[in-house]
Design a protein around this ligand. Structure first.
Ligand code: DX5
Ligand code: ZN
Length: 215
């Protein structure tokens, strides 16, 4: 069964605790938490105080997606803030193997995110060290962007790579997931669907999560 991870980036920050409560009550599986540093991506989101505030109320794991340069500097602090899954970009971490070990040593699941232009083949010597691959289906930085269709081909390639290594790595799709493409993504092999705009701009976010979860 696939997992649903609503992205907090699209929540209403002026009433964060009620959006967190909605996700607690829904049949979503994880909280997707996007951290942006204004360097790796052209946007700044939020940091430790906000993650700690979410953690205080969240009854489900925090899936923290770091869009920051040199993420290895902050692994321990993200664990202390409440991350359960910590994902770093392959394009942002020079010693990625070491970073993944660091994350796992802290007791978190380790994820690797790849940008739309990054070939799946670049994961061939590291995929089996990761609990999750976060495949970006938009250019990271903003919610509400249009899904990039080439993602389907990359999912197929990634599935094959994971199978070759007999690995249990999950495939997460992040960006532009909506009510028109979620079924096709699940059929293609997505294990985790991130959804920001689709959930939070809906008139009934909890019901929308239910639809995404049903598949
Ligand atoms: C994009 C973020 C995504 C974003 C998804 O940089 O990594 O997690 O919140 O938002 P939607 O679902 O609106 O594309
Ligand atoms: Zn994300």
């Amino acid at each position: 069964m696939h997992l649903i991870a609503p992205s907090i980036l699209s929540a209403d920050f002026s009433q964060l605790s009620s959006d967190v409560a909605m996700i607690n009550k829904s049949n979503a599986d994880w909280f997707h938490v996007d951290v942006m540093d204004g360097v790796f991506v052209p946007n700044i989101s939020f940091g430790f105080p906000v993650i700690k505030a979410i953690k205080k109320h969240a009854e489900k794991p925090l899936d923290v997606h770091l869009m920051i340069v040199k993420p290895e500097r902050y692994v321990e602090q993200f664990r202390e803030a409440g991350a359960d899954v910590l994902t770093v970009h392959i394009e942002a971490s020079t010693h990625l193997h070491r970073t993944l070990q660091q994350i796992k040593k802290e007791g978190m699941k380790a994820g690797i995110a790849i940008n739309p232009h990054t070939p799946v083949a670049s994961l061939s010597d590291i995929v089996f060290e990761a609990d999750l691959i976060c495949m970006m289906s938009v250019n990271p930085g903003f919610g509400g962007q249009k899904f990039i269709e080439n993602t389907y081909r990359k999912i197929q390639e990634l599935k094959e790579l994971i199978a070759i290594h007999n690995s249990k790595t999950l495939i997460e799709i992040d960006g532009g997931v909506d009510l028109n493409n979620y079924k096709k993504l699940i059929a293609a092999g997505a294990d985790v669907l991130v959804a920001g705009n689709t959930v939070f701009s809906s008139s009934d976010p909890k019901a929308t999560i239910e639809v995404l979860k049903k598949g």
